[in-house]
Design a protein around this ligand. Structure first.
Ligand SMILES: Cc1cc2nc3c(=O)[nH]c(=O)nc-3n(C[C@H](O)[C@H](O)[C@H](O)COP(=O)(O)OP(=O)(O)OC[C@H]3O[C@@H](n4cnc5c(N)ncnc54)[C@H](O)[C@@H]3O)c2cc1C
Ligand SMILES: *[C@@H]1O[C@H](CO)[C@@H](O)[C@H](O)[C@H]1NC(C)=O
Ligand SMILES: *[C@@H]1O[C@H](CO)[C@@H](O)[C@H](O)[C@H]1NC(C)=O
Ligand SMILES: *[C@@H]1O[C@H](CO)[C@@H](O)[C@H](O)[C@H]1NC(C)=O
Length: 416
């Protein structure tokens, strides 16, 4: 069967991995650029790898993914088990549900009430917890080098006979439809590519290829900052855990080998609404990569405040070596979408990462293909369905804090 997968991020690549494993599929992956795609959501210095979820389904999937990150040859060299410190205000429901779920699954986590509790696990930890904050540490979690993982899987897929077509020849301009079938796609190079099955894994750009879709998917940018540490600082912070703070949405990683400190905010984000066609306005990321942007002042101030409380004043005042607005493909309840489009019987929509998809890279394809072939039970098929009529508002999953989504176009604030 000829399969066209549009998008070489984790959703497309992991689906290709699983189809390759099953055999019998002639797979072509199209993308705007050669993976690792620099402005794709799946590519960055690092991504948090955790099974720590308030939702038990993702908790179980996360445990399964952790096995892949620890043992699978394509993944294990890119995983760094630094542990994660999950903090929140005293009434953080997400944190407590996550702790309870992990405990129920027999994963030992350590409760954190005081700064000393952190130091007993991370002796070099030097800042003080804010008064009312508490949390827990899961020492099995950590982070992955996202760019290297994408490279590793891409190389493997090429060896397995998957064809990659990138650049203008791989950029899809529109889906070619006939009634309830997508017969193929038209590319920017003005070619037509046909296939039996089309997998739409275009992440935050998905809305640009589909008919107007109201509240199903929303692309929102999230602020990311990077600071270059001195060698002395790198050594001082190298044994820190990943920090995820549900009070501010702030998260940060231990420095990379090159001393790059990365931090960001997991919030409601920034929309970038453009007129795609007549009657069709959607939020989409810029189509041409924006290398470095000025963050909204509110977001930069908040990031600096949080950096100050974890890494001290000096580092918090340093110029950012880079900034980025990285796009989430949010769904109203932060569940993924693994389903055929309700209008097109051979268009499989595989997206909706909602800011938490990367960690599932080793197992995502098992679930997306499981839905595609209708092998999984109703619980999963309903959870990841294209149509969820009960979803009217973007409530997300209770993990977001900070200002509600507002309009901000990074292209207008590009640093030359
Ligand atoms: C700032 C940030 C932090 C995150 N942190 C974490 C984390 O710590 N842990 C975690 O688990 N997850 C995290 N996530 C979420 C995770 O990165 C995403 O859920 C996941 O990477 C989404 O993958 P994707 O394949 O859907 O999208 P993408 O990786 O964006 O892939 C989509 C691809 O489609 C291509 N494409 C788009 N339009 C077209 C077209 N018309 N023609 C051809 N190709 C096209 C794009 O070029 C792109 O390569 C984070 C996301 C962001 C933005
Ligand atoms: C696989 O798909 C490509 C692209 O559609 C096509 O050119 C090729 O002939 C197919 N190969 C087989 C063995 O079907
Ligand atoms: C919880 O934290 C708030 C401050 O955010 C504080 O006012 C309140 O007393 C705390 N409650 C408990 C039980 O510690
Ligand atoms: C997981 O957490 C949710 C929210 O607290 C809870 O309802 C559920 O019972 C937990 N699951 C288990 C198995 O503990």
């Amino acid at each position: 069967m000829d399969v066209l997968i549009i998008g070489a991020g984790v959703f497309g690549l992991s689906t290709a991995l699983e189809l390759t494993k099953r055999g019998g599929y002639n797979i072509t992956i199209l993308d705007r650029a050669v993976p690792p795609v620099v402005d794709g959501s799946s590519v960055d210095a690092n991504r948090i790898i955790r099974p720590d979820y308030a939702d038990m389904t993702y908790c179980v999937m996360g445990m399964e993914a952790m096995k892949g990150w620890r043992n699978h040859p394509l993944f294990k060299n890119h995983f760094y088990p630094s542990g994660i410190l999950l903090l929140g205000p005293n009434d953080s429901m997400y944190r407590d549900a996550s702790f309870n779920n992990l405990s129920a699954m027999g994963t030992p986590c350590t409760k954190i009430h005081t700064t000393e509790d952190i130091r007993s696990l991370y002796p070099t930890w030097h800042n003080k917890l804010r008064n009312h904050q508490k949390g827990y540490v899961n020492q099995l979690s950590g982070w992955a080098d996202a760019e290297q993982t994408v490279k590793s899987v891409t190389n493997y897929l090429v060896q397995q006979g998957v064809t990659f077509v990138c650049g203008p020849h791989g950029t899809v301009q529109e889906l070619l439809t006939q009634g309830d079938t997508v017969v193929g796609v038209k590319t920017l190079a003005d070619e037509k590519k046909v296939a039996d099955l089309i997998v739409l894994a275009t992440g935050a750009w998905t809305a640009s290829l589909l008919p107007k879709q109201q509240t199903r998917l929303l692309a929102v940018g999230q602020p990311v900052g990077y600071v270059q540490l001195t060698e002395e600082e790198r050594v001082r912070y190298q044994n820190y855990p990943v920090l995820l703070d549900f009070e501010t949405g702030f998260y940060s990683f231990p420095p990379t080998r090159d001393g790059l400190l990365k931090f960001a905010r997991h919030g409601f984000g920034f929309t970038r609404t453009v007129d795609l066609k007549k009657d069709k306005k959607e939020s989409v990321p810029p189509f041409v990569p924006v290398s470095s942007v000025t963050l909204p002042k509110e977001a930069e101030d908040e990031l600096r405040n949080c950096v100050c409380s974890v890494y001290g004043k000096q580092i918090s005042q340093r110029p950012f070596s880079r900034t980025r607005i990285c796009y989430y493909t949010d769904t109203a309840d932060a569940d993924f979408v693994f389903d055929f489009h309700s209008k097109y019987k051979n268009l499989f929509v595989c997206t909706g990462g909602s800011g938490h998809g990367f960690k599932f890279f080793p197992v995502l394809g098992k679930y997306s293909v499981g839905c595609m072939l209708r092998e999984l039970n109703e619980k999963y098929l309903n959870k990841w369905a294209w149509e969820k009529p009960s979803l009217k508002e973007f409530t997300l999953d209770g993990s977001r804090v900070g200002p509600l989504a507002y309009e901000y176009d990074p292209e207008m604030y590009c640093i030359a």
